[in-house]
Design a protein. Structure first.
Length: 363
């Protein structure tokens, strides 16, 4: 029998110990949103007593939109024969980086498209070119799916791909492609994509050579609350093992223009309540993750701000350019000044950071 939320009692010591999957499920289903916010804020304060909220000035560069994986939740990909498919030329990428430098940017988030014909030589030349020309820019790029396919099409190991790209200047890899780390869910929303164990293995290999990564989660498709916790459990276990994740970033599925919405019209947009509830419980459950990012890009700037009261300590990127979730209907934008204002408005201390979460400037 489900407990009424009004009758649900929370153990306040939960912030001082590791919570179980059963407790996490109980919190998601039964705790009041206000209580979750208080607990997540208390947990965040243990890790960040100085009340600093960070952000980064960067740019998403999608070097190609050609992709064979055909994820049903994605509206960005094209096939090579499509008229609007592209692979950016190096001088086009250079122009984007020059524009980023003009506004004080420090990082590029570099992702495709999993292009069926691009091999390791192309990626080595690309990363090497950027690193040599713009050594001040951190290259945070290539999802686990891209790394895995580069290895397969180039007939080398995933570890060799990582080592060769690291040698050319790749600093870290993003957590893209995780979605929900449940093979039941993955088989429905992206049947051609790597499975849970394979995604985890790429990140484990990256961590083994000193390459830090981030972890992500996209919720709001066909997953259950139990599968969300399964996802968190995979991440917590790997973080216990390697300590290689710098941050956790969670966002809700954006369904406009996607095949998944055509096939599953019963999927409904996720509420702000659900986003904040999951964010708060993830802060409690993922006790070995120091940094949690607010997803203002999908939630909007004010829910993004409210997320700072539900466990997030980072507003993520100013996103000079973002194309992937925009293609699926999310078009929120925010500049550095607005980020600073929103952070100060909730009585926290704004600071610009780099990819490694080192403070570059305080405001």
């Amino acid at each position: 029998m489900t407990k009424k939320i009004d009758d649900f009692k929370i153990d306040i010591n939960i912030i001082n110990r590791r919570i179980t999957n059963k407790e996490a499920l109980d919190l998601i289903k039964n705790a009041s949103l206000l209580e979750l916010g208080k607990l997540a804020s208390a947990k965040k304060s243990q890790l960040h007593p100085e009340k600093i909220t960070t952000f980064i000035v960067d740019r998403n560069i999608n070097y190609t939109n050609v992709c064979w994986v055909d994820c049903k939740f994605c509206a960005f990909f094209r096939h090579g024969k499509d008229e609007d498919s592209y692979v950016l030329k190096f001088d086009e990428i250079d122009q984007k980086i020059e524009e980023l430098l003009e506004i004080g940017g420090t990082q590029i988030l570099f992702q495709g498209g999993v292009h069926p014909k691009l091999k390791i030589d192309y990626y080595e030349e690309l990363v090497g070119h950027i690193h040599a020309k713009y050594p001040q820019i951190t290259i945070h790029g290539f999802s686990a799916i891209e790394i895995d396919f580069i290895a397969r099409v180039s007939r080398i190991s995933k570890l060799e791909v990582l080592k060769r790209l690291q040698a050319k200047g790749l600093s870290s890899i993003p957590g893209a492609g995780a979605e929900i780390l449940s093979d039941r869910v993955r088989d429905i929303i992206a049947p051609k994509k790597m499975d849970t164990a394979e995604w985890l293995e790429v990140h484990r290999l990256a961590h083994s050579i000193g390459m830090k990564t981030t972890a992500t989660m996209m919720f709001g498709t066909v997953e259950t609350d139990e599968e969300i916790i399964e996802h968190w459990e995979h991440l917590r276990k790997l973080q216990d093992e390697t300590g290689g994740f710098r941050a956790f970033i969670m966002w809700s599925f954006q369904g406009k223009n996607t095949k998944l919405m055509e096939e599953h019209p019963e999927i409904k947009p996720q509420s702000s309540n659900k986003y904040l509830r999951l964010l708060a419980v993830s802060r409690l459950y993922l006790d070995n993750f120091r940094n949690m990012q607010s997803s203002w890009v999908t939630q909007g700037s004010y829910i993004g701000q409210l997320a700072l009261k539900f466990g997030a300590n980072d507003l993520g990127s100013t996103m000079m350019e973002e194309n992937v979730v925009k293609a699926a209907g999310a078009a929120n934008r925010m500049n550095q000044d607005e980020m600073i204002r929103l952070i100060k408005d909730v009585d926290e201390n704004p600071a610009k950071r780099n990819t490694a979460y080192e403070i570059l400037e305080r405001f």
